[in-house]
Design a protein around this ligand. Sequence first.
Ligand code: ADP
Ligand code: MG
Length: 508
Amino acid sequence: MDQLGRTSETPKSPWGGCPPAMPSCSLSDVMSQELARQLEEENKAFPSLTNPEVSLLSGEETDTNSDLMLARLLQMQYDRECDTQLRREERKYNGESKVSISFENYRTAHPYDGSESSEDEVDWQDTRDDPYKPDKPQVTPRKGFTGKGKNITTKHDEVLCGRKNTARMDNFAPEVLVGDGLGMDLKLSNQVFNSLKQHCHSEQRRSARLHDKKEHSTAEQAVDPRTRLLMYKMVSAGTLERINGCISTGKESVVFHANGGMLEEQPVPEEVVLKVFKTTLNEFKNRDRYIKDDYRFKDRFSKLNPRKIIRLWAEKEMHNLARMKKAGIPCPEVALLRKHILVLSFIGKDHVPAPKLKDTMLGAADMKTAYYQVLQMMQQLYQECNLVHADLSEYNMLWHQGQVWLIDVSQSVEPSHPHGLQFLFRDCTNVSTFFQKRGVAEAMSVYELFNCVTGLDLTINEEDEAEFLAQIEALEKRNEDHVQKRGKKTFPLSSWDGSPPLKHAADD
Ligand code: ADP
Ligand code: MG
């Protein structure tokens, strides 16, 4: 025990025993030449400690005494496994979907990934995942050869290198089909191997670039990460069985084909489309007048942020389709609405969407039938559904099972909308022009069609479109005045005989 009462024993620490103290050395020891030599010898036992990567990657026997080296080896192994797992998950996640998510950014960048081999020299450092295991050639020592005399084998031995190169092809990206070169003892010269490797590298870079562009462009077309998540959730919840390819990418929406699953124990149709309204905000502004002035949405419009307004488009299409369905107009049926994604029944069969009317090559009889169907649908839409399509043309009419189907009604408005009749006039212009061009002799002029659809009796002067438009604007103005006087609700224009409106819609 010393003067302070401590025993000579090492005190017991609650965290375990202390390591034994280093033996002390005197000044004369430090200055000893003998000790200096001994330390030098010890250092030689760790030749590559200063640059562990050199020995690690050159294929030499690695010195496992080095903690740093071991750590790096483990890290490499770990990274490799993570990358393999990531690739697997990426493939599983994307399946055959056209919209794919790249996990590439989560991959670990290895120092050897960037190694560019020279024209004729194989990158000997690239020994990762060397599958040449069954009869792996003995490690070529630093001196570059093994054996003696005639049996000498250098690291440039053609057969050995050839086999090794063939085996290395297995390390090419998974999408590169390399065949079974090992099985048939294929020997690839360094030159061939290097060119192949170069080719694969550039192919990978090219496909990464393409993928990148695709990602970017799809995002531009509304399938942003949030939307993808929504779509993914529909699949994982079983509402959709799977989402297939993209049918159409328009300015305001992207349409996907999908297979329906179950929703609240009810089957979703076998084939459906997902109409994804664009969430990029540059386009919708052009369209806000369709919704801003639609009294059904007016109150809500002013309070909403742009993202939510886009949801209104989807909601608007859903309501309009419901009205059409009720009136018996052939149109898609709404299966589900989730934010800005509308799931609709598919018009078409076996993944093939019905053609747009503009793309059909109908005979004269079918074209005439189509015309009369369109005429009837326009009347029903106006008179029974109290709607004007507002984007009616051969692009938004599909030909399926011998009849015309109306689609794309997100912008449709009630006739009492401040510009409703002008929209209808435009619809009539498109329809008349199309059918007249396609040789339907019975096709009415735009003015006749307008009167026929609305039941109004506006004066027609074929030569004077402005005159006709003036009548339409006058009607709209009177309606607008009426709305201002009497509140939000409007009267149905279709029942107006031309006299000043007296009745409120709610009174009807
Ligand atoms: P957009 O506002 O982008 O024009 P649409 O509703 O017109 O949106 O859809 C774009 C295209 O997608 C259509 O021209 C049509 O080819 C296809 N499509 C849309 N809905 C369906 C559907 N229910 N069934 C089959 N194809 C559809
Ligand atoms: Mg359309």
